[in-house]
Ligand binder design. Sequence first.
Ligand code: GLN
Length: 495
Amino acid sequence: MSFLPELTIAAALDGLAAKDFSALELTRAHISAIESLDPQLNAFITQTPELALEMAGAADAARAAGSAGPLSGIPLAIKDLFCVEGVRTTAASKILENFVPPYESTVTAQLKAAGAVFLGKANLDEFAMGSSNTTSGFGAVTNPWQRNGSNAKLVPGGSSGGSAAAVASRMAMGATGTDTGGSIRQPASFTGITGIKPTYGRCSRYGIVAFASSLDQAGPMARSVEDCAILLGAMSGFDARDSTSAERPVADFRAAAKRGVKGLRIGIPAEYRMDGMSAEIEGLWQKGVAWLREQGAEIVDVSLPHTKYGLPVYYIVAPAEASSNLARYDGVRFGTRVDGEDLIDMYERTRAAGFGAEVKRRIMIGTYVLSAGYYDAYYLKAQKIRALILRDFTEAFAKVDALLTPTAPSAAFGIGEKTDDPVTMYLNDVFTVPASLAGVPAMSVPAGLDAQGLPLGLQIIGRHFDEETVFAVGGALEKAAGFSALPAIRAGGAK
Ligand code: GLN
C-alpha cells in the first residue's frame, strides 16, 4: 500500500472504491501527519480529529451500503472563515476567539453531503486580510517549502495560507479557500499547489465570514488540477440564501481538465509585463506560452489598459466593504466583549482589544473613503474604474478564450519581511486583483522553481462562468510543466 497522504484525491477515490484502504485508514494517516507536522507549520487553528474519525466512519458505512458520495472519505482542511456547525470558527481573529456557529456554511454543507471528512479549521490572515498569513491572531503559518540550503522560515502566502500549507505538506488532500483579491491563487503559487477562484456567484457565500462581499468567493486548493475540479464540482451551485449566488448549471469540471487546448486562443496581456519584473518570472511566463502553443493553442497579444488601477481600486473597495461588514463585531452578539463604562466605551474597548493592526487599518481606510466628504473622490471613483477594468476583460474575451499571466510578482518571502510598509505587502496582489474586481474565474498552477528552489505559479483567467476553459488550460499547463518538486517539510518526507 502506498503512503496514503501522498495520494491525489483522484487516486484516493480509486483506492477507496477498490477497497485498497478504508476512509478510516486514510483519515488516521492524515491525523498523524498533522500531529507530527503542525507544531512546526501552525496551519490549523482548530484540529477536529474526533469529528474527522466520525465522518470517516460514516463514509466507510456509506460506501459499504453502496451510497458513497463523490468525495466519500476524502480528508480536507477547511479555512477558518467557513462556519461549520458546532466547531469553533474564528476568522483568525481574537474577536471571534470563542465563536461556535450554530449553523453551517453552504459550501461545507455541500462537502459534507458529498462525503468529505473535515480534519480541522485552517489558519488564515485575520478576516482574510493579508498576503502572508502573518496577520493571524493565532500566529503565523510556516511555508513547508524552504530555500535551497537554508531553513529560514518563509510565508505560505495569504490569506488562505493555512489551507495551502496543509495541502502542500500532505496534512490534507485538499482544502477550501476564499479569494477576495488573490487569497487562493497567491498562496497556491507560494506553496507549489493548484487553486481556483471560480466566477463570483459560482459558490455560495452563505456562512462564510464576510470580508468584502462584492469580491469574496470560495474555491478549492489541491495538489492537482483534476483534484481542484473534483472539489469545485462539489462546492458549486445555486443557493437561495445568497442573493448573489448564480443560477447556472455546474459543468463537469473534471472532464474539462482533460480537454486540452487545441484550437483555443490564449491572450497575453501586455500590461502584466511590469517594470522590474524578475527575469525568472518573465522566463516562466514565456515557457507557459510555449507549452500552450506546442499543444495547439493560438497565442494572441491583448491589452487590459486599466490594469495599473487594479491595486488602488481594490484597496479602496475592499476596505470600504470590510469597514461595513465588520461593524457587527461590537461585543453585543458575537465573540469577545470587553466591558466599559457605558455602551460606546464597551464597543471601543471590545474593538480595540479584539482586532489586530491590519484589520484596524482597513476599517479606518474604509470608513474614510465612505465618509460624506470623500465618498465621491474615492469610493465612487473606484467603482467607476472597476467598471472599466471589467470592460477591459470583456473586450479581451471577445478576441481570446483565456488569458495567461504570472500569479504573483515573487516567490515566497521570509516571515517578517515586507511588514514595515503595508503598501509593499499590497503589491503582492498586483496580478490577482483585476480578475477579482471583474468577477471572472482564475486559477494558479505550479509551473516551476526559482533559482532558490521555491515554487512559482502561472495564472489562467477565463470568461464569466467558463471555468471549463480555465480547467482545460490548467490541465494542459500542468501536463507540460510536469511539476514534481516536493517541499522540505512534508508527511513521509525528510524533515
Ligand atoms: N491580499 C489581499 C488583501 O489583503 C487579498 C486577500 C484575499 O483575497 N482575501 O486584501
